[in-house]
Structures are given as structure tokens and as C-alpha cells.
Design a protein around this ligand. Structure first.
Ligand code: AKG
Length: 270
């Protein structure tokens, strides 16, 4: 398992994000793409098993498949992937506390085509506790850390993730934030943004409290990514999805502990 280095900690604290190069094995990238190809092209809000298509910012962000961990065994391999498990445990796993542990509160695949983008959101200024960045008494105590995995190369014109480095700690609102967020304008030209380019198999790790979004895709073809959001063991799923008993029974104890860190406690039946 990869252990966060001193440089990882420094850059994560400073910028709010890290690029984990070639985090996914090539065969896993292939399996994920094959699994996505095998899923039926769902209409918005339609379900396939325990996966639902719910497009964020309809029309802008592209096709999004929520609860994708239920989409096949390739997605199960991502739950505790050794390329980032050590990082998320350290940054948002309530280390050295009585509630130490992780939970995946949202996981989805995103397929974006020409013209698609994701408006800016989040940031340290008046941010939700759920996504907050915190470092205190020598420990990271973030509310949520996202792993965005590139299943296609994401370079110039491909609609890369845009971040405002350091904004996870910002005490002030970006002067142009409202213009870009509420007018649903792509944040491509927003002052201070950095576009993160990824090769297929790379992963972008970032604190959800960082101001972020994605640039407009101008190239043909599609940008494919999977996003798993990790947080503390006591969190709940963002949209109310529940992981199926079939999935919980099938996965390893370590994976189960991330999907259901706190088993339900009920009185005995008869
Ligand atoms: O699609 C992207 O690159 C950004 C996704 C995003 O903004 C989010 O997951 O909150």
C-alpha cells in the first residue's frame, strides 16, 4: 500500500490536491472501461440494479452513473485500492480517534462529451463541514477527500478538472465565484484556476473543500472518469443510496468495513 510521503502531506496541505500518477493498473482501467461499455445506456433517473443515472447539472456535466460501486467487480477493486487507501485514511479517516475509519459517501462514473463542463463549487469560505479541510495538532481531519480516476487521457481540450489551489483554506470568497457558479458559466477563464491534466490511469486526490469544477470539453470523443468520495466512518451516503446486502456479502472484510463501517444494531428477532 502506498504511504503518503512528507512531500504528499506538504503539497496536499498547501494546494489541497495531489496527482497520483498511474494509480490504476492498466488491466483495471481496461476492466472499468469494459464494464462501463457493458452497462445499458440508461435514461436519466433510470436504474440498472443498484446503479442509477442521475446527471449533475443536467446537460452540462454529461452522463453520471451514481452508486457505481454496484456496477461490477472492477468497481469493487477501487474501494480500498492500495494507491490511495493510505492517503484517505490519513487525510479523512479520523486517525487516532474513537471513530477512526472510512466511509464512501458517494461514488459515480462520469462520461462527458463535447461542450460538457462542471461549474465551480466549494471552497474554504463558508464551506460545509462535510467537505472541510482541517489540520490540527499534527493530524489531518478533513471531512471529505475525493479520488477522481481518469479512464481516458484528460489533456488540453478534454475537459480537465479545474482547481483553485489553496482555496480549501481560503477565508475570503473568490471575487468572481458567484459569477461563475450562479450564472452556470464554465470556470475556464476564472482567475487563479489551474487545469489538472491526467493520463489514463492517473488519479486526482483532492479535498472537497477546494474550489473546483471542470473545463469545457472542446475535443470530440468522451472524457471518462470515476469519482469515489471518502469521509469519516460515521458519515452517510450523500443521496441516500444504500449498499446492497449482495455487495456487502460478496466483498472482503476490509471493503465491507469501508462500505458499512457501523453495522446496524437491532433487537434480536423472536
Ligand atoms: O468532473 C470533474 O472534473 C469535476 C467533478 C466535480 O466537480 C465534483 O466531483 O465535485
Amino acid at each position: 500500500m502506498a504511504t503518503p510521503t512528507e512531500l504528499d502531506d506538504y503539497l496536499f496541505d498547501l494546494r489541497g490536491y495531489l496527482v497520483l500518477e498511474q494509480a490504476l493498473e492498466p488491466d483495471l482501467v481496461d476492466d472499468l472501461n469494459t464494464a462501463l461499455d457493458a452497462l445499458p445506456r440508461l435514461q436519466p433517473q433510470a436504474w440498472f440494479g443498484n446503479v442509477q443515472r442521475v446527471d449533475n447539472n443536467p446537460g452540462d456535466a454529461g452522463l453520471e452513473l451514481q452508486n457505481i460501486v454496484e456496477g461490477g467487480s472492477a468497481f469493487e477493486r477501487l474501494i480500498d485500492h492500495p494507491s490511495w487507501l493510505g492517503h484517505v485514511r490519513r487525510y479523512c479517516g479520523e486517525q487516532d480517534s474513537y471513530v477512526e475509519g472510512l466511509f464512501i459517501d458517494e461514488c459515480f462514473a462520469t462520461i462527458r462529451q463535447h461542450g460538457g463542463f462542471f461549474p465551480v463549487h466549494s471552497g474554504g469560505y463558508r464551506g460545509a463541514v462535510r467537505g472541510q479541510y482541517r489540520y490540527d495538532n499534527g493530524l489531518f481531519r478533513c471531512g471529505q477527500v475525493n479520488i477522481l480516476m481518469a479512464l481516458t487521457d484528460i489533456g488540453v481540450g478534454d475537459g480537465g478538472t479545474l482547481v483553485v489551489p489553496g482555496s480549501h483554506k481560503s477565508n475570503l470568497q473568490h471575487p468572481c465565484f458567484e459569477d461563475y457558479a450562479t450564472w452556470r458559466t464554465p470556470m475556464d477563464t476564472m482567475p487563479g484556476v489551474v487545469e489538472v491534466h491526467l493520463r489514463k490511469g492517473d488519479a486526482l486526490l483532492f479535498c472537497d473543500g477546494l474550489s473546483h469544477g471542470a473545463s469545457t470539453r472542446t475535443n470530440p470523443g468522451e472524457r471518462r472518469a470515476v469519482i469515489y468520495r471518502y469521509g469519516p466512518s460515521w458519515a452517510t451516503t450523500r443521496y441516500g443510496y444504500t449498499y446492497s446486502e449482495e455487495l456487502l456479502t460478496r466483498v472482503t472484510p476490509q471493503r465491507k468495513a469501508i462500505l458499512r463501517p457501523i453495522p446496524p444494531r437491532q433487537p434480536p428477532t423472536a
